[in-house]
Design a protein around this ligand. Structure first.
Ligand code: NAP
Length: 498
């Protein structure tokens, strides 16, 4: 049965003022309407931002350990509802149940980790250069934070943003992806049940242009935290730049996995399959380039193709399914478009390359796991993010050559190297241009207590997760307390040493 969802503004579940709604369909069975959601506009954003601005006046004064207690309760409620949340997420987004459980777990981990910050959130005390003077720096909240999130991690990504922002004392207006608004609504329901006061967390659903743009442009929104494509991120950064708003961007990836000839090849094969085809390749950290040493290239490719052909596609709620559908029709068309580009550019299609057919797949956006060989670094399928189950194989003669190919992209999110040689591993750690490097693991699998983000076109220098995320959601204030009883001039007065 399709559920009727609402916006959450100022502590109330409300429809869009226009009364308009949009449908959210199951990508594994497009006949199933998972729910309908408010199709909001600038007026709804206005109400949500005003509610958040009003709530900020009191929320900022709640002691951080108290804010954290509410967040801790939210983590407990998410743990109780984990299965229900995961099943809904599979229905609206498509990835298999084991993965949606992982997505919810990441949110739970983030809740408990961020709640811990309520009793840390350290500033610094240091020495003043003048006598009888005290110096320290503290973190203060930013204000109303606008958050715009993608559909591939419908629970984890909103929690990465909201939880540290809330514990820092900010208030939030969340605009989730239109493909996954149901998980976002359930998450906001958890936060309401946990006891966040009215207006501290607000949810407004609707299209990127109609809802996202007024949120970004609103003068009372001090910070925009965005995860999504580099194309949209660039536009958001330009608007925030013009309006001098704080802006944190987590964008695309074209993540390389290097496999050297000395590697444990069985392990590398398992990693390649999981990295390339997990979440149907729709991860910002998906392994989209496999860079093989020439000595093992043919045999490794043969084994990868054989295993890719055997992956079981299906509805993510069915126990045997290993790979779910793509998220929607447009995504399938885009992935297929890249396959045509690869063929035109001269790459060799080794398996896949078409919509998947078969029992149970008739009404879903399924696509065959696809492997391209004979790929060269200049080809578009080696350079552009495809965001689907398509992997490009490139061959190299040395570690130096592998790193050069790995870095030959505009992106720099995740990366990996398989080798048994500790010297090679450390050279890769030092020289690969990416925010994350895995040694003997695939390009996916980040943990919430380490910083997450990338270099080059993957972002604008910020990190989510880890304690580094606090720098996004707080402003530093430096404090000088002079207890000398006289005017002391820094850099000018000479301090007498007796
Ligand atoms: P997207 O098209 O950029 O959309 C992301 C969000 O932005 C959605 O909520 C979307 O709303 C909204 N949006 C679209 N156009 C907008 C506009 N003009 N103004 C304001 N908001 C706008 O990306 P996606 O297809 O959802 O997600 C895939 C991308 O996200 C990939 O590039 C992937 O690499 C990246 N990603 C990065 C990370 C990371 O941490 N680095 C993590 C996950 C995903 P609608 O849904 O309503 O269009």
């Amino acid at each position: 049965m399709a559920e009727t969802f609402k916006n959450f503004i100022g502590g109330e579940w409300v429809d869009a003022a226009s009364g308009k709604r949009f449908e959210n369909r199951n990508p594994a069975d497009w006949n199933e309407v998972v729910g309908t959601h408010p199709d909001s506009d600038a007026g709804d954003i206005e109400r949500a931002v005003l509610a958040a601005a009003k709530a900020f006046k009191t929320w900022r004064l709640v002691p951080a350990p108290k804010r954290a207690e509410i967040l801790f309760r939210a983590g407990q409620i998410m743990a109780e509802r984990k299965e229900e949340l995961a099943r809904l997420m599979t229905r609206e987004m498509g990835k298999v149940l084991a993965e949606t459980r992982g997505d919810v777990q990441e949110g739970i981990d983030t809740a408990f980790y961020s709640a811990g910050e309520g009793r840390r959130m350290y500033g610094e005390t240091t020495n003043a250069e003048m006598p009888n003077k005290f110096a320290m720096s503290i973190r203060l909240p930013v204000g109303v934070c606008g958050m715009i999130t993608p559909w591939n991690f419908p629970m984890a990504i909103p929690t990465w943003k909201m939880f540290p922002a809330l514990v820092c004392g900010n208030t939030v207006v969340l605009k989730p992806a239109s493909d996954t608004p149901a998980t976002a609504a359930k998450l906001v329901g958890v936060l309401a049940d946990a006891g966040f006061p009215p207006g501290v967390v607000n949810l407004v659903t609707g299209g990127g242009g109609r809802v996202g743009t007024p949120l970004i442009e609103h003068p009372s929104v001090r910070l925009i935290s965005f995860t999504g494509s580099s194309e949209v991120g660039r536009r958001i950064a330009a608007t925030c730049g013009e309006k001098l708003k704080l802006c944190s961007l987590e964008l695309g990836g074209k993540n390389p996995m290097i496999v050297m000839e000395d590697a444990d090849l069985d392990l590398a094969l398992e990693g390649a399959l999981w990295g390339a085809f997990g979440t149907t390749g729709q991860r910002c950290t998906a392994t989209s380039r496999i860079i093989l040493h020439e000595k093992i290239a043919d045999s490794f490719t043969e084994r990868l193709v054989e295993r890719a052909r055997k992956l079981r596609l299906g509805n993510g709620l069915e126990p045997g399914s290993e790979v779910g559908p793509l998220v929607n029709k447009g995504q399938r068309e885009s992935v297929h478009g890249y396959v045509q580009i690869g063929l035109k550019d001269g790459a060799k299609l080794l398996t896949g390359g078409k919509a998947a057919a078969g029992p149970g797949l008739e009404n879903g956006w399924f696509y065959e796991p696809t492997v391209f060989g004979s790929v060269t670094p200049g080809m578009r399928i080696a350079r552009e993010e495809i965001f689907g189950p398509v992997v490009a194989i490139l061959t190299v003669k040395s570690l130096e050559g592998a790193i050069e190919v790995a870095n030959d992209t505009d992106y720099g999110l995740s990366s990996s190297i398989y080798t048994r040689d500790v010297n090679r591993a450390h050279i890769a750690i030092r020289d690969i241009e990416a925010g994350i490097t895995y040694v003997n693991g695939p390009t996916i699998g980040a943990e919430v207590h380490l910083p997450f983000g990338g270099v080059k076109d993957t972002g604008n220098g910020h990190r989510e997760s880890g304690r580094q995320v606090l720098d996004v959601f707080s402003e530093w204030k430096s404090i000088y307390v002079d207890y000398s009883g006289k005017l002391q001039k820094a850099q000018i007065d000479d301090v007498e040493i007796q």
